[in-house]
Design a protein around this ligand. Structure first.
Ligand code: UD1
Length: 315
């Protein structure tokens, strides 16, 4: 019987957590409905028990949670613009699904649920860096949905005693991130386009900044959140990031260097719901569970470009 459940196991972050657990010799179950997850992302995860299922369906959640000790709840319909286009789908796959996972986890006697939160919940609050004490000011439906999930986590800890840990991810990037969709993360899109000699498009003036976080840092934070003592982390919400920020114009310059792209960059109007600047204060995660970013931005981007260059996404 598997000890760990990873939801969204065929997605970028879920498959990366599952791979790290398997590499430690753990027994892992994964579930995905393939709305955004890809079957090709399951390559290399053959040791994982895999269920095709939908978290919007309580019966699938019950099946997934049976016998599990720790859940990594990574499944979501990511993307701010996708939520602007279809807020109902985002709500179903982020809010309803999260509540269903919690109900099933509690019924199955799961010990701890770790939740993929999002930096988007800070919204347009001008204060930098963003720290956990700040009042959330979500702008987009996506941010609202991710915030609702956080509150459900904390309510289940308060009301039912289920251990939960919220990790607010800041713009995660790395191998296995899908570069093909209009809703993909910007670094996946830019890496692929620039490697192919195609022009990247910046929405806005390119001076918006992000605390771009390489995937290994987020995996590391999750593994810490799973093993840290409950009295330290249960019911807590923490940023998972690097504590540094880069503008989009700067990322393009670094990517020119890494990809050899010599062409120009297109500038278009900024996107609705877009946040201007994002930077995390990561001291709480360090204090509560000894978290430190393991891989810096440039090295992470180098590894990412190498992965796309090697055709990883087509594997
Ligand atoms: C937001 C969240 C992030 C979350 C993600 C889920 C914030 C600060 N961050 O990311 O935590 O994980 O949603 O999807 O809210 N852009 C371009 N050209 C492109 C694509 C994007 O210029 O081709 C720009 C966007 O307008 C934005 C920046 O790049 O300013 C980053 O966009 P994206 O990668 O989609 O992530 P966020 O919306 O910042």
């Amino acid at each position: 019987m598997a000890k760990y459940l990873v939801t969204g196991a065929a997605g970028f972050i879920g498959r990366s957590i599952a791979a790290a657990l398997l590499a430690r010799g753990e027994s892992v179950r994964g579930i995905d409905n393939f709305i955004t997850g890809k079957r090709s992302n399951l390559a290399g995860l053959e040791a994982m028990e895999f269920l095709e299922g939908d978290l919007a369906n309580p019966a699938d959640c019950a099946r997934a949670c049976e016998g599990i000790e720790v859940v990594f709840h990574e499944a979501a319909l990511a993307s701010v613009p996708r939520s602007v286009a279809d807020p109902v789908a985002t709500n179903l796959n982020c809010v309803d699904a999260t509540l269903n996972v919690l109900v099933a986890a509690r019924a199955a006697g799961v010990l701890r649920v770790i939740y993929a939160g999002s930096s988007s919940v800070y919204g347009d609050a001008p204060t930098l860096p963003k720290h956990e004490e700040m009042l959330p000011r979500p702008i987009s439906p996506y941010a609202v949905a991710k915030l609702a999930g956080e509150h459900y986590m904390q309510a289940f800890t308060r009301v039912y005693g289920l251990e939960t840990v919220v990790l607010r991810y800041f713009n995660v990037f790395g191998p296995y991130q899908d570069p093909t969709s209009h809703y993909s993360g910007v670094l996946a899109i830019f890496s692929r386009r620039m490697l192919a000699g195609e022009q990247p498009t910046i929405y806005g003036d390119g001076e918006q900044s992000r605390d771009f976080t390489y995937i290994d840092n987020v995996v590391h934070a999750n593994l810490l959140a799973a093993s840290a003592p409950a009295q330290k982390v249960s019911g807590q919400m923490m940023n998972a990031a690097t504590g540094k920020r880069v503008t989009l114009n700067e990322t393009v310059e670094i990517l020119r260097d890494l990809t050899g792209y010599k062409g120009s960059v297109a500038y278009e109007q900024s996107r609705a719901g877009d946040v201007r600047d994002s930077l995390a204060d990561i001291r709480l995660a360090e204090e509560l569970m000894g978290y430190k970013a393991q891989v810096d931005f440039r090295e992470g981007l180098r590894r990412t470009v190498e992965w796309y260059r090697a055709g990883g996404e087509a594997a």
